[in-house]
Write a new protein. Sequence first.
Length: 136
Amino acid sequence: MNNHENSIKHGLFNMGDLNVALQQYFTGNSYHQSLVKDPQVNVTVSNVSFEPGARTNWHIHHDGYQILLVTGGEGWYQEAGQPAQRLHPGDVVVTHDGVKHWHGATKNSRFSHIAITAGTHEWLEPVSDADYQSLD
């Protein structure tokens, strides 16, 4: 089985460090590398990578949005009340203002995306293990 470890760790963008600053809002290990964090620009751009099984909590972006550009591995994206979407390199996801959602790696693959984010986060509950394990 290919869990995409090499392509994630040695990809186009630096994988970054273990994401300890936001660890309480994630299940499993994720890594973060800021690409654009300029106070004169109203968005942040980050490379976020996930180990197999790692994922964000449910969350909402207020007064903004989030665009995910999938760069490696296989992952999931789900909006509340909708089925989860499997993601592959080249996929693009746009999350509009106020939409509750989560994203992360599949059970057996690492996953990375560029996150372009405007506004503020509201972090919510973790994705339940039962709901996550039911995804195939």
